[in-house]
Design a protein around this ligand. Structure first.
Ligand code: APR
Ligand code: PHB
Length: 391
């Protein structure tokens, strides 16, 4: 079988790229390891930048997002019982939207298939070859048959544990990595959020975050050691710890049945360049950010936007100029997001560096409450700097 662009992975990066190419009449096939049901249920991030929302609208997959997404104009930073609101919309003219990543994935899969797209779930033994030539190939097994897809380009959108980045010969990539000593314990609970906007909490015992998925579902996180055993955290202990870390007078966390619980380790990672011959990496396949800045999903979608534009230009004018610059362009926003995610992480977590460090954090938080310039800097990074052809 042949196609123009072979896309490995049906996460936000692969699906957004598929929809963008489909709209421009560029043939593509998406190959996904997991079942449709699995990818549509996998619980992940849930905060969309304005850029992401705008792009989903351009792709005409934003109807349910409009109905069910929760638009937020600000966030709260809480420490020692005091709450500071960062007025994101007032400071930047931009908003963020709460909408689960799996909901984005559901909407994108629906639209891609409805528009006649080729998307194969539950493929195995995926391998890529000859991407340094004009005829890259993807081999895979579907059901019991061995298949081969001949393409002009391969898009490696297969996440952090995928095969595409690993297929790049040694010596081509430079990898930058930072591993944190802590992770996040996250829960989803049937409980109305006791807040209208997200609360990022600084506490001596560690960071806590109050987020949500809907008016009746709360998403909450606690900083825990990276190697923490989840068995040590029965629901009652989680609720108690959330209440302690997010404490403020006359207020309490709303409790309800916990229906999902897990620990995610935290890591910052970038590989450069995000391309090798006719193989292009997008999303988690090329970079990981700690979740504090809520950038992972938004970066994946941005990579897809830039890669699609470059592929379209190549197809239309036969010019590889933009394609050759894809990595250089995409990685700019990646590093901006790395810096911001690192900033938010270092501002709010117990980094294990003692009291001096914690006092610096408190001073930075106070600075945010006294300086509009400082608050604006946080707000514009959080909301996402406007999308541009070179950013
Ligand atoms: N062949 C085919 N598909 C694969 C393979 C493979 N060998 N390996 C992994 N995949 C699939 C995964 O099952 C997954 O559905 O690739 C997809 C990658 O999707 P994501 O992990 O969601 O990555 P991406 O699309 O880059 O989106 C990044 O996901 O992890 C979050 O915080 C991150 O929000 C960010 C977003
Ligand atoms: C989430 O709702 O999952 C979420 C929100 C904000 C973050 C991280 C995660 O910074």
């Amino acid at each position: 079988m042949r196609t123009q662009v072979g896309i490995v992975g049906a996460g936000p990066a692969g699906l957004t790229l598929g929809l963008l190419l489909q709209r421009e009449g560029i043939e593509c096939v998406i190959l996904e390891l997991r079942s449709r049901d699995y990818v549509e249920r996998r619980v992940r991030a849930g905060l969309l930048e304005q850029n992401t929302v705008d792009l989903l609208h351009q792709l005409e997959v934003g109807d349910r997002l409009d109905r069910e997404g929760l638009q937020h104009d600000g966030i709260y930073l809480r420490r020692q019982g005091e709450t500071l609101r960062i007025a994101i919309h007032e400071l930047t003219g931009r908003r963020v939207t709460i909408y689960g990543q799996q909901e984005v994935v559901k909407d994108e899969i629906d639209a891609f298939l409805e528009r006649g797209g080729e998307l194969r779930f539950e493929v195995s033994d995926v391998a890529i070859a000859d991407f340094d030539s004009g005829r890259p190939r993807i081999s895979y097994v579907s059901g019991s048959s061995e298949e081969e897809l001949e393409c002009e380009f391969i898009a490696g959108c297969d996440g952090s544990h995928g095969i595409c980045r690993q297929a790049i010969p040694e010596g081509v990539l430079t990898e930058h990595e930072y591993v944190y000593e802590f992770g996040w314990l996250g829960i989803l609970a049937e409980a109305a959020p006791a807040t209208d906007e997200l609360i990022y909490g600084w506490h001596e015992r560690g960071f806590a975050l109050y987020s949500m998925r809907s008016p009746s579902v709360s998403r909450l996180y606690l900083q825990v050691p990276a190697d923490e055993d989840i068995e040590l955290w029965p629901d009652e202990r989680i609720w108690e710890e959330l209440q302690t870390r997010l404490e403020t007078e006359g207020w309490s966390v709303n409790q309800g049945p916990v229906f999902e619980k897990g620990i995610t380790p935290m890591r910052s990672f970038v590989c450069e360049p995000m391309q090798c011959g006719n193989l292009f990496l997008a999303g988690d396949a090329a970079h990981i950010v700690p979740p504090t800045g809520a950038k992972g999903l938004n970066l994946a979608v941005n990579d897809a936007r830039l890669l699609a534009a470059a592929l379209v230009e190549c197809q239309r004018d036969g010019s590889r100029e933009r394609l050759n610059r894809y990595s250089q362009t995409a990685v700019r926003r990646v590093w901006r997001a790395q810096d911001f995610s690192n900033y938010m992480t270092q501002l709010l977590h117990d980094l294990g560096r003692g009291r001096f460090d914690r006092q610096l954090q408190l001073s930075r938080l106070e600075y945010l409450s006294r300086s509009e310039a400082a608050a604006t800097s946080l707000a514009e990074n959080y909301a996402g700097l406007p999308a541009a052809p070179d950013f």
